[in-house]
Design a protein around this ligand. Structure first.
Ligand SMILES: N[C@@H](CCC(=O)N[C@@H](CS)C(=O)NCC(=O)O)C(=O)O
Length: 195
């Protein structure tokens, strides 16, 4: 698998995913802001954004989409409930929670937008946090005892919220971020940034 990567970006999510899944990958370093990206990268990522991958004939970007693809394509990694499992719906919901809810809510917070929970598709920053907190009350993971791809996408976002200093005080969410960071695969993913 080719992994289009840039350090200190959302690429860490996919590095974490590939490390958890035990998939061999070749890093293709991408220089952000370069007006002349390689054609094979742009074919995978039309907006020129990382992370992106190429796996045989499949080329794609968008971290949550990559996560769903990899977990389904490599089921032996055990990172996604099967199609007919009762956790499949919650797994997809919490994987998509990052692009659909957390990231727009982060923009609301960081750019000081007036909250409008009924009109904004992401609800509001506060609602995003309280909904996540409620889901993780039991834990340890979003689906309970089973760690899944949803924790990679949404767990990495909770780590980002903490890094950006906008994670409200929450024992539940801080403990969840720590559980994610403590995973050896996350550590290996982060060590790529150090190289
Ligand atoms: N929704 C995308 C966001 C990707 C994204 O915005 N990546 C940033 C790096 S964190 C990027 O490539 N920015 C470069 C640019 O826009 O030129 C995902 O989750 O994969």
């Amino acid at each position: 698998m080719k992994f289009y990567y840039a350090p200190k970006t959302r690429s860490v999510r996919i590095a974490w995913l590939l490390e958890e899944a035990g998939i061999d990958y070749e890093i293709v370093p991408i220089t952000l802001g370069n007006p002349d990206h390689p054609a094979d990268f742009l074919a995978a990522s039309p907006m020129g954004k990382v992370p992106a991958i190429r796996d045989d004939s499949t080329a794609m970007a968008e971290s949550a989409a990559i996560c769903v693809y990899v977990c389904d394509r490599y089921p032996e990694a055990g990172l996604a409930p099967p199609l007919d499992h009762e956790d499949r719906g919650p797994y997809l919901y919490w994987t998509m929670y990052t692009p659909a809810v957390i990231e727009p809510a982060m923009a609301e917070k960081m750019f000081d937008l007036e909250p409008n929970p009924r009109s904004f598709g992401w609800g509001s920053f506060e609602l995003m946090i309280s909904t996540l907190e409620k889901q993780l009350e039991q834990g340890p993971w979003l689906l309970g005892e089973a760690f899944s791809g949803a924790d990679i996408i949404t767990g990495s976002s909770v780590v980002y919220l903490q890094m950006f200093g906008i994670l409200p005080e929450s024992e539940i969410l801080s403990a969840y971020a720590k559980r994610c960071l403590d995973r050896p695969a996350y550590q290996r993913a982060m060590s790529l940034d150090a190289n």
